[in-house]
Design a protein around this ligand. Structure first.
Ligand SMILES: Cc1cc2nc3c(=O)[nH]c(=O)nc-3n(C[C@H](O)[C@H](O)[C@H](O)COP(=O)(O)O)c2cc1C
Length: 78
C-alpha cells in the first residue's frame, strides 16, 4: 500500500451567480461523507462566486475525487 500523501489545489467559478447556501450545504454534506470514506482531508473556501479547494490524500483517491469534482456542473473554469 502506498501511503504517500499527495496534495492538490484549484480554483473555480460557480456556474450560477446566485450560488446559495443551500447548494453549499449539499456540496459539504456529500464531500464530508465521501472524503471520510476515502481518507481525504482538505479545505474549501467559498466567496464572491468562486471556490478555492485544497485536498490531500492518497493519489488514487485524489484522482477519483477530482474526476467527480471536475465533471460537476455547479462550477467551471477549474
Ligand atoms: C467546489 C466543489 C467542491 C467539491 N468538493 C468535493 C470533495 O471534496 N469531495 C467529494 O466527494 N465531492 C466534492 N464535490 C462534489 C462532487 O462534484 C460530486 O458531486 C460528488 O463527489 C458526488 O458524490 P456521489 O457520487 O457520492 O454522489 C465538490 C463539488 C464542488 C462544486
Amino acid at each position: 500500500m502506498n501511503l504517500e500523501l499527495q496534495r492538490v489545489a484549484y480554483r473555480s467559478d460557480a456556474t450560477r451567480p446566485d450560488f446559495a447556501l443551500q447548494l453549499l450545504a449539499e456540496i459539504l454534506a456529500v464531500s464530508d461523507r465521501n472524503n471520510r470514506r476515502d481518507g481525504l482531508t482538505g479545505v474549501l473556501v467559498v466567496g464572491e462566486g468562486r471556490f478555492f479547494q485544497v485536498l490531500e490524500g492518497a493519489s488514487q483517491d485524489l484522482d477519483r475525487t477530482l474526476a467527480r469534482i471536475g465533471a460537476d456542473p455547479r462550477h467551471t473554469g477549474i
